[in-house]
Design a protein around this ligand. Structure first.
Ligand code: SF4
Length: 254
């Protein structure tokens, strides 16, 4: 079957068997992260609009889900920041009404959580996985290279507000880049910020596939475990996929 806006199901390191929805086919994003796996610089944009037709996404989902596949999550992810799509709530509403047996997840960089309308649009999603790679402004600019109007303090406040208005789960993801966001000062500040955001889980991640900048190295397991200990008992280190599971993943692609 040919699909344009959905992909997989894939075996995700964090979410199990996940059907992906890509709402930004051209990789439009509010960030241009140095570790982005797309391998080229993102198209920076902060405009919220219907980047791809909502009706077509819903049609593809309907076609695929009618077969009643076994899934752990249907996940907004893909090649850009999903909350830039102004009709994401319509797609969530369709899934909740027609396929309530499936859980919905959102992978996001949280950059638009400063906007209360965005929090309203995503409030029925079961699991939100925001990334937070920096808590100091200079590190944020180095790693995430955001649209100029975004600041890390505003994003952190947006994440704190999410917890006040949302009944689903939040798993915070931190991508560790040795020599950039693993200093003692940064980790201590991460701990304070995480306590305020209050997610259910925190996942530490590091480079698995080459990013945009080729000087980035993965953190060692020893370093990741040290940081996990410093950040508290909600933290887990996300491991790499074993080759056999990667093989299974290949076979699962639609
Ligand atoms: S937020 Fe995600 S999609 Fe956007 S540039 Fe960063 S890694 Fe790439």
């Amino acid at each position: 079957m040919n699909f344009k806006y959905i992909f997989g199901p894939i075996i995700s390191r964090r979410l199990g068997v996940s059907l992906g929805i890509d709402l930004l086919p051209n990789g439009v994003c509010t960030f241009d992260c140095i570790y982005c796996e797309r391998g080229s610089r993102a198209e920076l944009n902060i405009e919220r609009k219907e980047y791809i037709p909502t009706k077509k996404v819903i049609k593809e989902l309907d076609r695929f889900l009618k077969r009643k596949p076994k899934l752990d999550y249907i996940t907004f992810s893909g090649s850009g920041e999903p909350t830039l799509h102004s009709k994401i709530d319509k797609i969530v509403g369709f899934l909740k009404q027609n396929y309530p047996e499936y859980k919905i997840a959102l992978l996001t960089n949280a950059s638009l959580f400063t906007d209360k309308r965005i929090l309203e649009r995503i409030k029925k999603i079961d699991l939100i996985v925001p990334s937070l790679d920096a808590v100091l402004e200079s590190t944020f600019q180095t790693i995430n290279r955001p649209v100029f109007s975004l600041s890390i303090n505003d994003i952190i406040n947006g994440l704190i507000n999410l917890d006040k208005n949302y009944v689903g789960e939040t798993w915070l993801e931190i991508f560790i880049i040795p020599g950039v966001n693993d200093t003692e000062k940064e980790i201590k500040t991460f701990k304070k910020v995480i306590d305020k955001i209050n997610p259910q889980r925190i996942q530490l991640n590091t480079l698995d596939r080459p990013g945009v900048e080729n000087w980035i190295q993965p953190a060692t397991m020893k370093k990741l475990n040290q940081i996990a200990t410093a950040l508290g008992d909600k933290v887990e280190v996300v491991g790499k996929l074993k080759p056999r599971r990667k093989q299974k993943l290949k076979n699962k692609v639609i």
